[in-house]
Design a protein around this ligand. Structure first.
Ligand SMILES: CC(C)(COP(=O)(O)OP(=O)(O)OC[C@H]1O[C@@H](n2cnc3c(N)ncnc32)[C@H](O)[C@@H]1OP(=O)(O)O)[C@@H](O)C(=O)NCCC(=O)NCCS
Length: 154
């Protein structure tokens, strides 16, 4: 079912090891210790937050969503493992194209054990089902997890 754009909010999602919760300004303080690590930003065009207050401001902007003239939807999740905040996920839907851009950050202490893949798979599944985003390509790792068939028209 395609939900009207104005009412869509990210859902809480669960995987075997993770909980994905909608991320809001109130999460600034508890995610700051994970997200302040400069190592997370070496390959992405972003700077680490300088304080938990700065992170809260940023999350406030994310929650406010894009300006009305921009045909996008923004979704953000905090990722928890055994109740510890370990990273974040972000999806920007480009409404006219039905496509999404995704981003993911995982604290260095939690890497190399498939947690990022597990979280991203849950998020993309949600994007396919709830937002009718189409899969245009998929790698072998993704297919092995049961990704939906790619759109042959693309
Ligand atoms: C990208 C990141 C989340 C991967 O964490 P991870 O713990 O290695 O993830 P997983 O254990 O689930 O493994 C995912 C696999 O995909 C690879 N991968 C995931 N995203 C990748 C990317 N953007 N570029 C290259 N490889 C990537 C990982 O290297 C790993 O491959 P391997 O098993 O062959 O080593 C983590 O390194 C990180 O937070 N980096 C900083 C932020 C970033 O670059 N985000 C990506 C784009 S927004």
């Amino acid at each position: 079912m395609r939900i009207p754009m104005t009412t869509r909010k990210p859902d809480k999602l669960s995987t075997e090891r993770l909980r994905l919760c909608p991320l809001g300004p109130e999460d600034g303080a508890r995610f700051f210790p994970v997200l302040k690590d400069a190592d997370l930003y070496t390959c992405i065009p972003e700077e680490p937050p300088v304080s938990w207050q700065a992170l809260r401001q940023k999350l406030m902007r994310y929650c406010a969503g894009p300006p009305p003239s921009v045909l996008e939807e923004w979704f953000n999740w905090g990722v928890f493992c055994a109740k510890r905040p370990i990273g974040t996920l972000q999806a920007t839907i480009h409404v006219p194209m039905g496509s999404a851009e995704i981003a993911y950050l995982l604290g260095t202490a939690f890497r190399k054990c498939g947690l990022a893949s597990e979280a991203v798979f849950a998020m993309t599944e949600w994007l396919f089902i709830r937002c009718a985003v189409k899969l245009r390509r998929s790698g072998r790792r993704y297919q092995a997890r049961g990704a939906p068939p790619a759109d042959p028209a693309k």
